[in-house]
Ligand binder design. Sequence first.
Ligand SMILES: [Cu+2]
Length: 144
Amino acid sequence: MGVVVVVLLIAAVASVGYYQIGIAPSLVSSTTTTSSTPSCTPSTCVNVTIASGASGCYNPPDTKVCGFQPATVTVVLGVNSTVVWTNDDTAVHTVTSSSGPLSSGDLEPGNVYQYTFTAAGNYSYHCVYHFWMVGNVIVKAPST
Ligand SMILES: [Cu+2]
């Protein structure tokens, strides 16, 4: 009898744990969409592609050849300051700032992450799963 109670307790704890794990990713991915079509118009956004094969192309020193393409983009506040990342690879990637605003969470194949910059600056980012995948967004103030 005691064994049955213990087994039931373990099952209950395990299911709660699974439930919590199952919930977490959906919260993280709330800033992404599964659409491959950006919600901004081409004139107001800049597209960055995570190309097919991006996860398997670590080949220093040409580390930027196959990660984020283009690896560096320049945008202007209020003009085209929304950047849209599309994962065209078959692996999961992220768009993550070491200390900054970009935090895509897991981008499944086909997922899109977009962020609208509101301050000028130089924003470097990387993929948490592939350290050779690095990118940079240069945000400029509008010229007067
Ligand atoms: Cu990656």
